[in-house]
Design a protein around this ligand. Structure first.
Ligand SMILES: [Zn+2]
Length: 288
């Protein structure tokens, strides 16, 4: 089989990453060129990425960006991020091609999870979850390697979690009183600790709250979806021991009622999102 060129775009709240990769022997694509653009307004962010992509002869393009998204139209839904509500991500990113390649579009977490299922930590699982705990919290479920889509895409960051009895901090979610993102996102950690999470000490009491909320969120997701594995990425999870402590607490909460799923970091680390976008590209290119 001749190598194909795939294009992938991971759109995040602070940066857009794009990559072109060679793919052909069934192994993970090999990135041969990449681009990084700071996320500002949609035109200034998406325009340069579109021009860069169009300079390559792509067999498929995968776009995985922050949500909420309208998967039917390729646009961003209602978001508090200034200027981005209704932004035409797919339309703008494919506008510079003479003939746009087949294009697949999904959330950043669905992309990352798909990458982990296809080539990473969640290979050969029947049900897998991918959760990102960074500035915000998002998650996707993968049933037989297919991302769960229904009315739209899941919003796992906004499930309700029980307030920790010693926690008197307000939520940072504008919509919900005690949702996972509102209580345990990087933004919530910053509000509790009075500064960025990476500046908090390992023994800071806020980590007890973090473990409590993440473990309760995972317990609810485990009870509903019965995943074999939960892959958790995102900047907050780089804190040493946090993943293990969340996994241990999850085990205590489930208390043997159901088996505790394996909880692990992404195989692709900080590249999980970009690899996921390339999987989306592969999924649509290989159908042609
Ligand atoms: Zn919320």
């Amino acid at each position: 089989m001749t190598d194909l060129l795939l294009g992938g775009v991971e759109g995040g709240g602070t940066k857009f990453l794009a990559a072109v990769a060679r793919y052909g022997d069934g192994a993970a694509p090999k990135i041969v060129d990449r681009l990084r653009i700071d996320t500002t307004d949609p035109a200034a962010t998406l325009g340069p990425v579109a021009e860069w992509l169009a300079a390559h002869d792509l067999a498929g393009l995968g776009i995985a960006t922050f949500g909420p998204l309208d998967l039917e139209t390729g646009k961003v839904g209602d978001t508090p991020k200034p200027g981005w509500s209704g932004a035409d991500v797919v339309g703008t990113l494919t506008a510079a091609f003479d003939t746009p390649p087949p294009t697949a579009f999904d959330t950043d977490v669905n992309g990352a999870g798909l990458g982990e299922w296809r080539w990473g930590a969640a290979q050969e699982t029947k049900v897998a979850l991918y959760l990102s705990v960074g500035t915000g919290i998002g998650g996707g479920a993968f049933i037989g390697g297919r991302p769960l889509h229904g009315l739209g895409h899941p919003e796992m960051g906004h499930i309700s979690v029980p307030r920790h009895p010693q926690d008197d901090h307000a939520t940072v979610c504008a919509v919900h009183t005690t949702c996972l993102e509102g209580m345990a996102s990087g933004l919530a950690l910053s509000a509790r600790g009075g500064g960025p999470p990476e500046q908090l000490g390992d023994d800071d009491p806020v980590w007890e709250f973090e473990i409590h909320y993440l473990a309760h969120g995972l317990a609810d997701l485990a009870l509903v979806l019965s995943p074999e594995i939960i892959v958790i990425g995102g900047g907050v999870m780089q804190r040493p021991d946090l993943l293990q402590r969340v996994s241990d607490r999850l085990d205590e909460i489930l208390d043997g009622y159901v088996a505790t799923p394996r909880v692990t970091h992404p195989h692709f680390g900080q590249e999980a999102g970009l690899m996921g976008a390339l999987v989306l590209a592969e999924s649509i290119a290989s159908n042609q």
